[in-house]
Design a protein around this ligand. Structure first.
Ligand SMILES: Nc1ncnc2c1ncn2[C@@H]1O[C@H](COP(=O)(O)OP(=O)(O)OP(=O)(O)O)[C@@H](O)[C@H]1O
Ligand SMILES: O=P(O)(O)OC[C@H]1O[C@](O)(CO)[C@@H](O)[C@@H]1O
Ligand SMILES: [Mg+2]
Length: 329
């Protein structure tokens, strides 16, 4: 017999394709288990402002395939303060909630960890961020869709780069992590990737490019993670153009288009599994954990662990970039 009567669900931080699928899974599992569920609008902002939306099975019909989030999302500065969280707790009590499912990234889980311990509230995190920067889960919801969006965009830029014999620097999101740049780099045949996790100097980059051009390439793609340490992408390209005008370098910042679009099959399945697993975890009296997926199995990872540890990039993939770019050792 489960003790839960009513829970809340919210989406927080940058939206990610598949968040809707996760909300749907949470709501449908609650309906299945006879637990009431309310949506909280705009993440922690809705908890602070008292902005709630009661949900039933029909409220989440048709959203599985939609990007964005029907619950809306926000970055909420008030929740970082004890006063803001005290107001959030008042609203939590007024709503007679027994627990929360928070769908978001590392910031969302940091807030959940503090709030849950401060007021002894059971909170379960579902990893939803395009950045894939959470330790303890192979993948986060939205990452696969973002990768496919990036690869589609890079393929298109490749057409014009080749036609005009130009070098392109294409900057992708990922905050302080290079997962999007690395995997999209391999999938789109980028000649070079610049990642926050790797110390690539400007001279290294120049050497890579000179090597490419030395064996008859006249066009290349450098996939640049926004968090790379080398500095501003436009400034790097300008310097390259000054030293090698023949490369005719251009810059494209892919920006927020990477966050939109209908989720891929992989993201829909992941979101559906993790949404249900989150409610199961609450029923099982769990608290302050993230539900994740490792080697196809659901895992429970304490927030502390998910936040303290850093997920490393795949070195094997990183080494592939050089091998596959066409030059000799
Ligand atoms: N130290 C903290 N204390 C309390 N709340 C926090 C803390 N860090 C983050 N939060 C809350 O979590 C929200 C979401 O965090 P953040 O903006 O970092 O996004 P995220 O969840 O990491 O997602 P993404 O990286 O995909 O955008 C913040 O706006 C804030 O309300
Ligand atoms: O939408 P905003 O607030 O500009 O945030 C952009 C950031 O959010 C993300 O898209 C998701 O965390 C990052 O990749 C990026 O750095
Ligand atoms: Mg984050």
């Amino acid at each position: 017999m489960n003790k839960l009567s009513k829970i809340g669900v919210l989406t927080s931080g940058g939206d990610a394709p598949g968040m809707n699928a996760a909300v749907r899974a949470v709501v449908r599992k609650c309906v299945y288990e006879n637990i009431k569920v309310t949506g909280i609008i705009k993440g922690y902002q809705g908890l602070v402002n008292g902005d709630f939306l009661p949900l039933n099975a029909g409220s989440v019909s048709g959203i599985l395939k939609d990007g964005g989030t029907m619950l809306k999302s926000a970055r909420c500065p008030e929740f970082r303060t004890p006063e803001g969280r005290a107001t959030a707790y008042e609203n939590f009590k007024k709503q007679k909630l027994d627990g929360l499912v928070v769908i978001g990234g590392d910031g969302t889980f940091t807030g959940a960890n503090i709030f849950g311990r401060e007021y002894n509230i059971p909170i379960i995190g579902v990893p939803g961020t395009i950045d894939n920067d959470l330790f303890g889960t192979d993948l986060t919801i939205g990452y696969d869709t973002a990768l496919n969006t990036v690869v589609d965009a890079v393929d298109k830029i490749r057409d014009t780069a080749t036609a005009h014999s130009r070098l392109f620097f294409i900057e992708v999101m990922g905050r302080d992590a290079g997962f999007i740049a690395l995997n999209a780099g391999v999938a789109s045949g980028a000649e070079v990737v610049l990642l926050p996790e790797k110390k690539t100097s400007y001279d290294d980059l120049k050497r890579f490019l000179e090597k490419q051009y030395s064996y008859s390439k006249d066009s290349s793609i450098v996939l640049v993670a926004e968090g790379k340490k080398m500095g501003n992408t436009f400034e790097i390209a300008q310097r390259v153009n000054e030293e090698h005008p023949e490369y005719d370098a251009r810059v494209t910042i892919l920006g927020h288009l990477q966050r939109g679009g209908s989720p891929t099959v992989a993201d829909r399945v992941l979101a559906s599994e993790l949404g249900v697993a989150a409610v199961e975890a609450l029923i099982d009296d769990q608290k302050s954990i993230m539900v994740g997926m490792v080697d196809g199995e659901i895992v429970h990872v304490p927030f502390n662990q998910a936040l303290k540890n850093k997920k490393g990039i795949n070195e094997r993939l990183f080494n592939l970039i050089n091998v596959l770019s066409g030059g000799k050792k």
